[in-house]
Design a protein around this ligand. Structure first.
Ligand code: KG4
Ligand code: ZN
Length: 298
């Protein structure tokens, strides 16, 4: 199978949340006395998980009489760049690459961002996950493909680069991998495990093509906006080839790519996005809800 089962994910949140918050508070000098507001992700994401988090945060804020602010998970990823580089201030351009999103956005000021480009079909992380499955690699696919690609020959398979002006698209690339595997007698449904050399070379070719497409899309946004500072954030920003290519391609610009632990989902980025949102717009009323398809970046 692979992937995330929504109900199991919500139950796992219910079990893990209180112990994780307790552990964080034990590490904080003064515990709750050191907390001056509560920030919580209110979207996008799986509704069950969002509800568990927002209910818990509302209860904690009410019990401690603290202001609460609902934050976009995507704003969290954008602000992970500010966590990595405390001197970073808007305006800057951010490439947000995760399991659900492939967006190029500009944070204009704290609390205000605009989307310049997004994917027409699959998110890039989703494409990594689906291609990994075709190759018989485990979930999540991104780290598995990165590992498998080490020592692989990215030239062995000629995969296409899809170019949509001022947008991204990854379904053509994913389908090209499926057809290339089929030509080699591999179904691509994850049932039959292809031979290791083929997995290595296909993983390397796919990774190379996906990174090429991301760099090209970011390049267009840089051209269009004249941005001097760019950040690459989200789970896929953990990819070493992407990190290296962005640094080389945009040499001369200020490039911020957070350390790996700030690329994948984390609570610190939500706290920082929450602080800026609180300062820019004030706290949220007690009845705010969740939004599984929220598309806010600040
Ligand atoms: O931001 P994230 O942790 O969760 C979402 O908000 O979606 O991103 C998860 C995505 C998954 O699709 C995963 O395969 C991908 O990030 N990912 C990577 C790497 N590490 C995680 N993709 C490519 N290379 C990696 N090293
Ligand atoms: Zn994320």
């Amino acid at each position: 199978m692979g992937g995330v089962v929504p109900e199991l994910a919500a139950r796992a949140h219910l079990e893990a949340l209180a112990p994780v918050v307790d552990a964080a508070l034990r590490a904080l000098p003064g515990g709750w006395d050191g907390v001056d507001a509560v920030a919580v992700t209110r979207g996008p994401g799986l509704v069950g998980c969002l509800l568990v988090g927002v209910m818990y945060a509302k209860s904690a804020a009410a019990a401690r009489r603290l202001p609460i602010v609902g934050v976009s998970h995507l704003a969290g990823h954008v602000y992970s760049a500010c966590l990595a580089d405390p001197a970073l201030e808007p305006p800057f351009l951010a490439l947000v690459v995760s399991g659900g999103h492939t967006d190029c956005v500009r944070l204009d000021t704290h609390g205000s961002a605009q989307r310049l480009a997004s994917t027409r079909d699959d998110a890039v992380g989703e494409a990594f996950d689906k291609v990994a499955r075709m190759l018989g690699l485990p979930y999540p696919g991104g780290p598995a493909i990165e590992r498998a690609a080490m020592g692989g020959d990215p030239q062995r398979f000629a995969l296409p680069r899809t170019h949509v002006p001022h947008a991204f698209s990854f379904s053509g690339l994913k389908t090209a991998v499926r057809y290339a595997l089929r030509d080699l007698g591999v179904s691509g449904d994850g049932d039959a495990v292809p031979e290791p050399g083929m997995v290595r070379d296909m993983a390397a070719a796919f990774q190379e093509a996906a990174v090429d497409q991301l760099v090209r899309g970011l390049d267009e946004a840089v051209e269009k906006t004249g941005a001097q500072t760019i950040a690459v954030v989200g789970g896929v920003a953990a990819n070493r080839l992407l990190r290296e290519r962005v640094r080389v391609h945009f040499e001369g610009l200020t490039v911020v790519v957070p350390p790996l632990e700030l690329c994948t989902d984390n609570a610190a980025m939500i706290a920082l996005a929450g602080r800026h949102r609180l300062q820019a717009r004030g706290s949220d009323p007690a009845d705010f809800g969740v939004d599984p398809s929220l598309a806010e970046f600040a």
